[in-house]
Design a protein around this ligand. Structure first.
Ligand code: GRF
Length: 196
């Protein structure tokens, strides 16, 4: 059964995973960025509606609830039924997950529950891990938490830096995330009805 839902991708950076999602012909209704970034240009060049919802404040006074409300409004305007974060660097308030339920996904560059947070690749290296990878999971109001949908493993090589290791992890993310999204959109993969 075809699930009728618009897919929104949230981005902040390079956008190589967004690029892979587009290349794999996953239908993307809108791309929203919290800053000017290469990912936004990728969406524009692909002719996908691209919205810049600029985050002006990265300090302690950031109005997280206000930003989340504006983002929810933009996504609803585009009839979004599934949200995929792909390198999106703003942590959203819980109202976002109330609005979209389990239909918010994220990709994280570690084998969760190991190495949560913004420095997952460097942290895996520093811990002396011989293996790490990526996790596609349902996003919740808790950082890098939520049900795990798929994981891909990557071996840590001698001489790896955070950059070389992250790039090999991203190669796996570029294959895995589009596939998970395709499976959900085609109804081959059922998301749970509610958060575990
Ligand atoms: C990915 O490794 C993702 O897991 C992390 O940010 C990176 C995004 O890469 N959250 P890109 O911007 O798509 O190249």
């Amino acid at each position: 059964m075809e699930v009728e839902t618009n897919l929104a991708i949230l981005v902040s950076g390079t956008g190589s995973i967004l690029e892979a999602i587009i290349r794999e012909r996953v239908p993307v209704a809108v791309v929203v960025a919290d800053r000017e970034c290469r990912a936004l240009d990728i969406a524009r060049n692909a002719g996908i509606p691209a919205e810049l919802l600029e985050r002006a404040d990265f300090g302690a006074n950031f109005d997280r609830e206000g930003y989340t409300e504006k983002l929810t409004h933009v996504l609803k305007k585009h009839a979004t039924g599934l949200v995929a974060m792909a390198g999106f660097m703003t942590f959203l308030s819980s109202e976002f997950f109330d609005a979209f339920g389990v239909r918010v996904l994220n990709t994280h560059p570690s084998l969760l529950p190991l190495f949560k947070g913004d420095h997952a690749v460097a942290d895996a290296l520093a811990a002396g891990a011989t293996e790490t990878g990526c996790t596609i999971h349902i996003a919740t109001a808790k950082l890098d938490d939520g049900a795990i949908l798929a994981q891909g493993k990557v071996a840590v090589m001698p001489g790896d830096t955070a950059e070389t290791l992250h790039e090999r992890i991203k190669e796996v993310e570029r294959a895995l995330y589009p596939q998970v999204l395709k499976d959900i959109l085609s109804g081959n993969f059922a998301l749970p009805v509610q958060h575990a």
